[in-house]
Design a protein around this ligand. Structure first.
Ligand SMILES: [Zn+2]
Length: 328
């Protein structure tokens, strides 16, 4: 090999390096351009905490009236964790300008995609019973939870109970005849989170007064007979909707039909509701325990304890160790 050849090869090698380097910079630029877009889209998850924040103040105040003192804290903790885990995504983007040589090796390892956000594992959730101030302890459940009564309302482990065994006074109106603000806020957060995944739903029934339940139940009895009506409709005073904590949810296509469980919304709610404090209240094959046939649309706001109940796979009645049977 002559001296001339060596020079030619050296020049060629330098040219090759420059070309490869140039391509590397182009790739890096493209990757960089793409990443902030995705990050900003994920980053908009913070809106989830900010958007409903407009009603944050009144909700804080209402908490004192609720039997779920820890509920809003836990809900926000989960949200924070979700947002926090997303933060590392932005880190590689701010990597300082690498040299040409580094790009060729570093570019392929850039984390263009990140695994989906994984929230706290519900199986690690611990159920925390609470107490209602000024209530009277009237007994303990099979599972050892306190049964307390205040103003004619029964609370078990601090949770307001309205089922076939425990009824609410006819005079009880939740939150002045509306959904409990904390529960509604949680629903809106859940709805916003689902919307980001392309899942849409709304609630078509929230708080129901004693009077409305009376007319509904009487109509059902007239149409279907008492035995049939008792399987899907609560007698006045026994409806969970009177607590202001229950939601009948549907998408645009289904209304209170069992097929809702197979819809994207139904599946999403069943799998993710606990993250926002909700449990599927009357699950499939639970009629003998809950007293009601399967209602894939009916969700009850529990608060932070929803995670532990969800993870247990039990109905609320089983979890707490209570019954749901009419006395007659
Ligand atoms: Zn319902």
């Amino acid at each position: 090999m002559g001296k001339k050849d060596s020079v030619v090869i050296a020049v060629a090698a330098v040219l090759a390096l420059v070309i490869v380097g140039g391509i590397g910079v182009l790739i890096a630029d493209t990757v960089k351009k793409n990443i902030p877009e995705e990050t900003s889209e994920r980053g908009s998850g913070t809106l989830l905490t900010e958007a409903p924040g407009t009603s944050a103040a009144p909700v804080e105040e209402s908490v004192t009236d609720l039997p779920f003192p820890t509920a809003p804290v836990q809900t926000r903790e989960i949200t924070t964790q979700e947002v926090t885990t997303e933060e590392p995504v932005t880190v590689p983007v701010t990597t300082p300008e690498p040299t040409t040589e580094e790009i060729t090796t570093a570019a392929p390892t850039l984390p263009v995609t990140q695994p989906p956000t994984v929230p706290a594992d519900p199986s690690t959730a611990v159920f925390v019973p609470t107490h209602v101030e000024g209530s009277t302890l009237t007994g303990r459940t099979e599972k050892g939870y306190d049964i307390e009564v205040k103003d004619g309302i029964t609370y078990v482990a601090g949770l307001m109970i309205a089922n076939k065994t425990y009824s609410l006074p006819s005079s009880y109106t939740a939150a002045g005849g509306k959904l409990v603000p904390e529960a509604e806020k949680a629903f809106n957060e859940m709805k916003a989170a689902a919307a980001k995944e392309g899942i849409k739903f709304r609630y078509f029934s929230g708080y129901r007064s004693y009077e409305l339940q009376t007319s509904l139940y009487n109509r059902y009895v007239k149409n279907d007979g008492k035995a049939a009506a008792d399987r899907y409709s609560a007698r006045p005073g026994h409806s969970e909707h009177q607590t202001g904590l229950a939601f009948d949810i549907t998408d645009d296509k289904y209304t209170m039909v069992e097929g809702f469980k197979n819809t994207a919304a139904g599946k999403w709610l069943a799998a993710n509701g606990w993250k926002y404090g909700f449990i599927l209240r009357y699950p499939e094959n639970g009629e003998e325990i809950t007293g009601y046939m399967f209602e894939p649309w009916h969700f009850r706001y529990i608060g932070s304890n929803a995670a532990a109940i969800y993870a247990s796979g039990l109905t609320l009645e089983e979890f707490l160790g209570i019954t749901s049977v009419y006395p007659d």
